[in-house]
Design a protein around this ligand. Structure first.
Ligand code: 5CA
Ligand code: ZN
Length: 408
């Protein structure tokens, strides 16, 4: 798929400490240790509605990972999918008497615009499920052939399921107990109660064609893929059997990332699929998670159309720590606009406090599990301070741009 336009990233002198990130599978903050090429997979949108501030917050968190690794000199191979065929898309299209293809294309186009406006560095590979259909079906075929998958005993719809027991590690990523896993898969698109499955947590890999639903020809027979195997195939085929970071919002911890990792591991035999499973907290509105299904949304595009500076949206979302569930409020945006003004005034001066010290402080805060509240406070202090460093305003402008993605 076409991605969005790249962003210029200023080069800064020197570099900071290695990036430390929280890993859901251990519950600890640990040092990332990518090779010259850092491998990053972040789950993309299901394009049935516009980008809301929850999506934006999650993609901004991983944009900081991308930017920090680049600042450390890594070549970041960043892959993101688009779930351009799945039940929610079909349901929305049916509700609105829309064509699911047109709906998906329209919302993906709007997402690209939003990401570009927010100065998010685009992925190297931006891949839709539909365009990856062949490779997804191929992975399902291989899992079947290897005995890691099976068809349910259903004469009409012999759908293919993954046998979650085969890796011997199922549950390691989320660390949830079985009852929690079953409950979450029921809530998040799974079908733990379907008769004929070996285990309630076994995930759908290939859904045989149903009347009135889109389907694709394959060696498995006509059908369409389950959700997790889409990301498993897209990540595996572009990044290989082991990646540095697998990311998304915390609602993807289970079943999505648990199952996706298990699919890849069952195929490759390499464990763990990701060195770090990194999850962003949920942005809420009026006490509830912001979600398309609840409809309590604030859209990035709506704010943009009201003339809100996307740099202020960025700062508003980065004011909280990426892992904390936090509400969106109008006050947050007002505070971010004021902060942006103070920072702009700070870099418009002829001189200011020590610029190199601020760059070091910014890097240290970000390296510590993306401590953006600390990073923003460091810039606040610099902007409010007085000093004689004539190179500081230019350096601080470049550092805030390169590391935080905020254009002053
Ligand atoms: N297409 C799948 C992933 S393969 C999907 O979850 N799409 S989505 O459109 O529902 O969500 C896109 C990303 O935004 C996911 O990482 C999800 O965890 C994140 N997300 C959704 N709602 C929120 C929210 N309220 N706050 C923070 N992140 C959110
Ligand atoms: Zn995904």
């Amino acid at each position: 798929m076409q991605t969005w336009d790249p962003v210029d990233i200023p080069r800064l002198p020197g570099s900071g400490p290695p990036l430390r990130l929280h890993d859901t599978s251990t519950g600890e903050v640990a040092t990332t240790a990518p090779g010259p090429e850092a491998l990053l997979y972040v789950c993309g949108i299901t394009p049935y509605d516009a980008t809301h501030l929850g999506h934006a917050a999650t993609y901004l968190a991983f944009d900081l990972v991308n930017r920090y690794w680049r600042d450390r000199g890594h070549d970041v191979n960043y892959v993101q999918n688009v779930t351009d065929i799945d039940d929610p898309l079909l349901e929305r299209a049916a509700r609105d008497q829309d064509d699911w293809v047109v709906l998906g294309m329209r919302e993906t186009a709007l997402f690209r615009e939003d990401m570009e406006a927010l100065r998010v560095v685009p992925p190297r590979h931006y891949v839709g499920a539909v365009e990856a259909m062949g490779e997804i079906a191929e992975l399902v075929g291989k899992l079947l052939a290897a005995g890691a998958a099976y068809r349910v005993d259903d004469a009409q719809f012999p759908d293919v399921y993954f046998d979650s027991a085969v890796t011997g590690h199922f549950g390691y990523e989320s660390r949830y107990d079985e009852q929690t896993m079953i409950q979450l898969s029921r809530e998040r698109g799974g079908d733990p109660d379907r008769p004929g499955k070996r285990h309630p947590t076994d995930a759908l890999l290939w859904r045989t064609a149903r009347e009135g639903e889109p389907s694709w020809e394959s060696d498995l027979g006509p059908g369409r893929p389950g959700w997790h195997v889409e990301c498993a195939a897209i990540a595996l085929n572009r990044l290989g059997p082991q990646i540095d970071v697998n990311g998304g919002g915390s609602d993807l911890i289970f079943p999505h990332h648990e199952c996706g990792a298990a699919h890849v591991e069952a195929h490759t035999g390499v464990h763990p699929f990701a060195e770090h499973y990194v999850h962003a907290g949920m942005i809420g509105l009026d006490g509830e998670k912001m979600s398309k299904s609840r409809g309590n949304l604030v859209f990035v595009s709506k704010l943009r159309s009201r003339g809100v500076d996307p740099n202020a949206i960025r700062l508003a979302l980065l004011a909280g720590h990426y892992r904390s569930d936090r509400p969106w409020t109008d006050d947050l945006l007002t505070a971010a606009q004021e902060r942006l003004g103070r920072w702009r005034a700070g870099v418009a001066r002829d001189r200011g406090p020590d610029g190199a010290a601020l760059v070091a402080a910014l890097r240290n805060r970000l390296a510590d599990d993306l401590d953006t509240p600390g990073a923003l406070a460091a810039v606040d202090t610099w902007a409010a301070g007085e000093g004689d460093d004539a190179t500081a305003p230019g350096l601080v402008r470049a550092a805030v741009d390169a590391l935080l993605g905020v254009a002053l």
